[in-house]
Design a protein around this ligand. Structure first.
Ligand SMILES: Cc1cc2nc3c(=O)[nH]c(=O)nc-3n(C[C@H](O)[C@H](O)[C@H](O)COP(=O)(O)OP(=O)(O)OC[C@H]3O[C@@H](n4cnc5c(N)ncnc54)[C@H](O)[C@@H]3O)c2cc1C
Length: 461
């Protein structure tokens, strides 16, 4: 059983040899800090729009070391934030609807670039299923569907599947129904980020690895090897942002943990189905997410230990054995047939959570400082849209993307410790208690507990 080693996705591909670090101080037109999806998509679209731009990307570890090489592999059109909060933007509900349409189109854009650049990410657009495994979860699914309809989402965007329809696709033990949306693809995260890094360096972007940025100010990114001077500096550091001077309370590094099974037998796949490779989640408060991998396994994730005191991050993805056991129980409960395949690898990563749970894409025209992130776990497609948007903002080209409601969005700062630690752990203790009671059929009090959790955290509904 492997634990950590960054992720199964990287172990399966092999971590590539390190690219050179920054050799000394230099100048550029645009300096991007962080080589995950956000930084690399920004570099990719900037370079495509203007190949003459001198673009430098500075990465503390290696491209894809963060969440981009560790995630659940859902290219999801899910909004990274709350509709109601984005609707406070002057463009109101129309702006939110437009942002959502762009996110749906982005699933296809990611697939298009994979094909165009020969990126082998095993991407299959099979849609996404959210299953209910208790009466309380089913009630929440139906309520969610009503809310989607009230926002104008028709059956082409999301629809309810009765138990029999769900069973035709995928057999989840105890499932009573599901929501289905076609706007999601499954992929191998490290394949995507590795392919993107190759695509940008091939086209002349300078990507320096093992180069931590120690401070960012207008016109300058400072590193131990020297400074990069550039009129535009874009911070794309997501769950690691708290370590940058001045940013300690900007984004909370929320942990998410994953396990992957060994390859399942043909017999096991026959009993489970899952031939269309939908991504799969449930409607628990402390929800799970999963995919059928291209190499015939089940990769499944959940919250695990939600947050480390003082905004600490993991060490190369190592997770506690109690979290592995917790995720293993979910896997066996939902897919008894997968038990025989055993667990092969476990890891975790951090995602960036803003205080109001709404992502942002920003460029300050006065200072030339920009940033994007706070996707709260829905960053795979959103980072592509953010990268395209930043490319327009950096070049000062007004476009339909630069007026979307997340552009320039400002979230409040997180509370100082120990309030931050106590709040996040209190929230997940309430969520887990609510889930436990629900599975024991004590439904009425659970929603009160979960809503208390939402109030503590500020999670919008
Ligand atoms: C376990 C897990 C499962 C997830 N599942 C999904 C999913 O299925 N679908 C989905 O949409 N989203 C998912 N997410 C979220 C998604 O992976 C992220 O939103 C997305 O990868 C963010 O990309 P990024 O480039 O902004 O950040 P990252 O990929 O974290 O990249 C940030 C990079 O910045 C570098 N860096 C940090 N500080 C510095 C510094 N000071 N100097 C230089 N470099 C620095 C880091 O080393 C890192 O490489 C998941 C996240 C996790 C952790």
């Amino acid at each position: 059983m492997h634990n950590g080693e960054v992720s199964y996705w990287w172990r399966a591909r092999g971590i590539p040899p390190r690219r050179p670090s920054l050799p000394g101080s230099t100048e550029a037109d645009v300096c991007i800090v962080g080589a995950g999806y956000t930084g690399l998509w920004t570099a990719y679209y900037l370079n495509r729009a203007d190949p003459a731009l001198r673009i430098v990307v500075l990465e503390a570890s290696f491209a894809g070391y963060g969440a981009s090489g560790r995630n659940g592999g859902w290219v999801t059109a899910e909004l990274p934030g709350s509709r109601a909060r984005y609707a406070r933007h002057p463009r109101g509900r129309d702006g939110v609807r437009e942002l959502e349409q762009h996110l749906r189109d982005t699933v296809d854009e990611v697939a298009r670039v994979c094909t165009a650049e020969g990126i082998d990410a095993g991407l299959v657009k099979g849609g996404t299923l959210t299953v209910a495994t208790s009466a309380a979860q089913e009630a929440r699914l139906r309520h969610r569907l009503e809310q989607e309809r009230a926002w104008g989402d028709d059956a082409g965007i999301v629809r309810y599947l009765e138990r029999t329809e769900l069973d035709d696709r995928l057999h989840v033990a105890g499932a009573v129904g599901a929501l289905y949306s076609p706007h999601c693809a499954r992929m191998q995260p490290a394949g995507l980020v590795a392919g993107l890094a190759e695509a940008v360096t091939r086209s002349g972007v300078r990507l320096y690895e093992s180069t931590p940025v120690t401070s960012i100010s207008a016109g300058r990114a400072r590193t131990p090897a020297g400074d990069v001077r550039a009129p535009c500096i874009v911070r794309c550091t997501e769950g690691f942002t708290a370590d940058i001077p001045g940013q300690h309370r900007t984004l909370l590094p929320m942990n998410s943990s994953m396990i992957v099974t060994g390859p399942l037998s043909d017999k096991a796949w026959k009993s489970i189905g899952w031939d269309r490779f939908e991504t799969l989640g449930d409607e628990a408060h402390a929800y799970m997410y999963a995919q059928r991998t291209a190499d015939g396994r089940i990769a499944l994730g959940g919250r695990g230990v939600p947050y480390r005191f003082g905004s600490g991050v993991d060490h190369d993805g190592v997770i506690p054995t109690s979290t592995i056991a917790q995720l293993g129980r979910i896997l066996r409960r939902m897919f008894p047939a997968a038990t025989e395949a055993g667990l092969e690898h476990a890891w975790c990563g951090v995602l960036g959570v803003p205080r109001d749970w709404c992502a942002t894409v920003t460029l300050d025209p006065q200072t030339g400082l920009g940033w994007a992130g706070g996707y709260t776990g829905h960053g795979v497609a959103a980072s592509n849209l953010a990268g395209r948007t930043l490319a327009d903002l950096v070049r000062r080209v007004p476009s339909p993307l630069t007026t979307l409601p997340w552009v320039g969005h400002r979230s409040p700062r997180w509370e100082p410790e120990p309030a931050r630690w106590a709040g996040v752990h209190g929230l997940y203790a309430l969520y887990r208690t609510a889930d436990r009671l629900e599975s024991a059929r004590h439904t009425p009090r659970t929603s009160v507990l979960a809503r208390m959790g939402d109030l503590i955290s500020g999670i919008p509904h």
